[in-house]
Ligand binder design. Structure first.
Ligand code: NDP
Length: 264
């Protein structure tokens, strides 16, 4: 029987996940279909998932924490951050995973051995990445516009600060996880800070995909090797798809056909 998968979110119409997963299923003859569900109320996630008879799902903004609560069991990294972006139906039980942070690790592999990272921003993405880096003994600094969100990081990372008390160090990688540059032309921090930061890093990454943000533009002007969030999106998708097909397809093939969907 054909399996059905979906992405839950609000909004969800912009999501590239259906294209990514259907490209894999179709090209590799895996009998499945992936759709999108506009879910307004996160507390309805479990009943909607079961009513639709889904074999698995992805969860995007703003339901990743509700998804954690909806699961009967949570495995791996999702347990540490309390955030679920992938659910598998195991005999009627909802099993939760998080593939976002490992997806990012996959995306930065080409930067080699990263030992120190500066994270710009302190939201959900920053939390997941910081926790994942700490697991790998990578030294993490977090820099955020406002102080309140830094509370979470105080016992987790070596240094966290706001724009006012920031002192630059040398980093292997600087990552923009703020939404500055997503729908505007803003930098993630005042220009003098960003200039200092860029003069002290080997690599740069942005979680935003589909456009060259002002942050990446500046990195490009300084001849720093950079990447946008497309590989992060691909990474989390490949890992989620591996869970969906449960070993029936080769990872390299999943990656090949998921990458092709980015050109659609
Ligand atoms: P959150 O809403 O949880 O956090 C947003 C952060 O951005 C906060 O730290 C906020 O600071 C900061 N911020 C917002 N606007 C500005 C600004 N103008 N200047 C400086 N700082 C700002 O967002 P998420 O972590 O969920 O997502 C962040 C970004 O990552 C989004 O652009 C999203 O699209 C992208 N993303 C990409 C993924 C991918 O697969 N490529 C996956 C997940 C996310 P403050 O605390 O001061 O408000």
């Amino acid at each position: 029987m054909k399996k059905l998968f979906a992405i839950f979110g609000d909004p969800v119409s912009h999501s590239r996940s259906p294209l990514m997963h259907n490209s894999v299923f179709k090209n590799l003859n895996f009998s499945a279909c992936y759709t999108r569900v506009h879910l307004l109320d996160g507390s309805k996630l479990k009943e909607t998932f079961l009513d639709l008879g889904l074999s698995g799902a992805n969860i995007t903004v703003p339901h990743k924490e509700a998804a954690y609560k909806a699961c009967d069991e949570v495995r791996g990294f999702a347990k540490i951050v309390g955030v679920v972006n992938t659910i598998i139906n195991e005999n009627g039980m909802l099993i939760g995973y998080n593939t976002d942070a490992d997806g990012f690790m996959f995306a930065i592999k080409e930067f080699g051995d990263v030992k120190s990272v500066l994270i710009l921003g302190a939201g959900g993405t920053a939390k997941a990445l910081a926790s994942r880096f700490v697991q790998d003994n990578i030294e993490v600094t977090v820099l955020n516009r406002s102080a309140s969100r830094l509370e979470y990081f105080k016992n987790l990372v070596s240094t966290c600060s706001t724009w006012d008390d920031f002192e630059v160090k040398r980093y292997d990688l600087v990552i923009n996880t703020t939404s500055a540059g997503l729908k505007d032309e803003e930098l993630p921090a005042p220009k003098d800070i960003i200039e200092k930061v860029l003069n002290n890093t080997s690599f740069v990454a942005d979680a935003i995909y589909g456009k060259l943000t002002p942050f990446l533009k500046l990195a490009h002007e300084k001849n720093i090797i950079y990447k946008d969030g497309a590989d992060m999106l691909l990474g989390q998708g490949v890992l989620a798809n591996e869970l969906f097909v449960n070993g029936e397809l080769k990872t390299e093939d999943i990656k090949t056909y998921m990458s092709k969907s980015f050109k659609l």
